[in-house]
Design a protein around this ligand. Structure first.
Ligand code: NA7
Length: 548
């Protein structure tokens, strides 16, 4: 079938992909390899997804560059040269554009085009997708590659719209360079985005006021140039490294230490935490295999970080405000920093504990708390995202019988394997809720989903199957399993965006699958090997034509 076909019964594309981040880009490549006609709709005017929008100062990936990259093409992984251990946002964006060129992807991506609605028509088994330019496009398969952190959360602080100075959200940063030189700046939030940007903003601003509602745990990145010898060694052994990551717990080259924190002496534990602290990065939380499931084990790691904060921050009162007590380490996303705690030793930086001194409103001039008004020239909202479901629920998605996804998910997302939703035939979600996604190296999870979906589409074609959708019972069972796994861990103790706790009124349901990427991969593989068990497949009526 060719795009633009006038035959009404025919879909215009075999597949439409929503989003041109790393998921959408790779999906397009795989769809082409299957010989399918495909188009990608992308709201931004470039590829890169998360990395297209998050341009705040200091934006950098917390996963090492050699791991946060595509593995599906050895040519691509051998050719590209990362410059630093952790890639900056501009470098990741350059990489995304370079890959798009290598694979000639852009000719099938419609930029500056937001998907507003997608409705399934049962008579034709087609999706009709309505975009921001008012046009509609029909397809057989709808693949949501909308990312997990793509809807910025504007806090519901009274007056936030009235601020007269420059206002920024880290997740939607302007594309033009902006300097805070000589300015008084206020930043609300101390999550990962704030922790990355604060040292940079503090180096420019005349004064920086940081409004912290919850103290976070952060581990140093110890970023630096990527040594050529290390890069060579990885490139030589890339195949083995990638294999290890795909079958690991978190999707990284180095797996979680299989030892319990209780199995070793206090001295040994301290040495291991110290070694990982000095090495830097998210691997700190993988020091022992029970840090996320055993409170006492967790407390050892938490206390280690608390003591480090007290050592780094000179003013004891400020240090105490920065020390996190309210949740076990790792039950909210661990942060990785470059000089975050050290920044509080600068005379031009003030920490305001918004628990002791709550923010009352944003005024034209600044931020008013219960105690005083802080006048600022610029206001940075580092207040996170309506994660994982926010973007999907903002699109008017309707499946069989007009079933709306947003109402189906009113009490929290349900899905089968985080790949599909019952009642929404031929719709796939890449790294959707119910899959490891944000608990893992996203690249590993993205590639696994894209490859699984591509194999599934091939199977459907080969077997003349018209529609696939999760069986409601399999979906309910999987959703229960996702929650059960999380309940067996300490995640209920952190008010994280993983469970929607950061958004007023959002159902508090733990969304990602915490069972590990290796285990999850074999579950998905088994499902595929068993003729897509847990999915309902329906054959095309004999008269219907095939799509490609
Ligand atoms: P996060 O991690 O959700 O952090 C948002 C921060 O903003 C966090 O400190 C919040 O405090 C704070 N916040 C949110 N709303 C308010 C209001 N109304 N008042 C005061 N403070 C508020 O988002 P990030 O962008 O930093 O990171 C997202 C992910 O990107 C990260 O986990 C990595 O995976 C990369 P709270 O903790 O809710 O008390």
């Amino acid at each position: 079938m060719t795009p633009g076909s006038t035959k009404v019964a025919e879909p215009e594309f075999d597949a439409l992909v929503v989003g041109a981040g790393f998921a959408g880009m790779y999906m397009l490549h795989r769809l082409r390899k299957l010989g399918m006609t495909a188009r990608v709709f992308e709201a931004g005017d470039g590829v890169g997804g998360t990395w297209f929008w998050n341009r705040y100062p200091g934006a950098r990936c917390d996963t090492e560059s050699v791991e946060y990259s595509y593995s599906f093409s050895d040519e691509i992984q051998q050719k590209w040269e990362w410059s630093e251990r952790y890639p900056t946002q501009p470098e990741i964006l350059r990489y995304a554009n370079w890959v798009a060129e290598q694979l000639d992807l852009k000719r099938d991506i419609l930029f500056s085009t937001r998907v507003n609605a997608a409705h399934f028509d049962e008579a034709s088994s087609q999706w009709t997708v309505t975009t921001s330019d008012g046009s509609t496009t029909r397809c057989r398969f709808l693949i949501m590659a909308t990312g997990c952190l793509s809807t910025a959360n504007l806090p519901d602080i009274p007056g936030v719209e009235t601020f007269a100075g420059s206002r920024f959200h880290t997740g939607n940063w302007p594309h033009e360079p902006f300097s805070f030189e000589g300015q008084v700046v206020g930043i609300i939030g101390t999550g990962s985005s704030a922790i990355q940007s604060i040292p940079i903003v503090a180096s420019q601003a005349k004064h920086l006021y940081i409004f912290q509602r919850t103290a976070n745990y952060s581990v140093p990145a110890h970023n630096g140039p990527l040594e050529p010898e290390r890069l060579d060694e990885i490139k030589t052994n890339y195949h083995d490294y990638r294999h290890r990551a795909r079958h690991s717990r978190r999707g990284y080259f180095e797996d979680t230490n299989p030892v319990s924190a209780h199995q070793v002496s206090e001295d040994e534990r301290r040495r291991e935490f110290e070694r990982r602290w000095q090495f830097g990065g998210l691997g700190f939380i993988a020091s022992y295999n029970d840090l996320l499931s055993d409170e006492a084990a967790n407390e050892h790691a938490a206390e280690f970080v608390r003591n480090r904060i007290r050592e780094i921050v000179e003013d004891p009162e400020t240090a105490e405000k920065l020390v996190p007590y309210s949740y076990p380490i790792g039950t909210k996303r661990l942060c990785i920093d470059s000089g975050y705690y050290e920044t509080f030793n600068q005379p031009n930086v003030t920490l305001i504990d918004a628990r002791d001194e709550p923010i009352v409103e944003v005024t034209e001039r600044g931020i008013r708390t219960s105690e005083t008004e802080y006048n600022v020239d610029s206001l940075i909202l580092a207040t996170g995202f309506d994660a994982m479901t926010g973007t999907l629920k903002r699109i008017d998605i309707r499946g069989r019988n007009g079933l709306e996804l947003r109402s189906y998910w009113e009490d929290g997302p349900v899905s089968y394997l985080g790949l599909g939703v019952s009642g929404f035939p031929n719709m796939f979600t890449i790294t959707g809720p119910g899959s490891p996604s944000v608990l893992s190296n996203m690249m590993v999870s993205i590639e696994q989903h894209v490859e699984w979906i591509a194999d599934c589409l091939e199977y459907l074609q080969a077997n003349s199957i018209e529609t696939i959708e999760p069986d409601a019972e399999a979906e309910a069972e999987w959703t229960r399993h996702v929650i059960e796994v999380a309940d067996g861990m300490l995640f209920s103790k952190g008010n994280s965006w993983w469970k929607g706790a950061n958004i007023e009124g959002k159902p508090t349901v733990f969304m990602p699958y915490a069972g590990g990427v290796g285990r999850y991969r074999s579950i998905c593989d088994d499902v595929a090997a068993n003729s897509y068990s847990g999915f309902d497949l329906s054959k095309a009526p004999a008269s219907a034509s095939s799509t490609s």
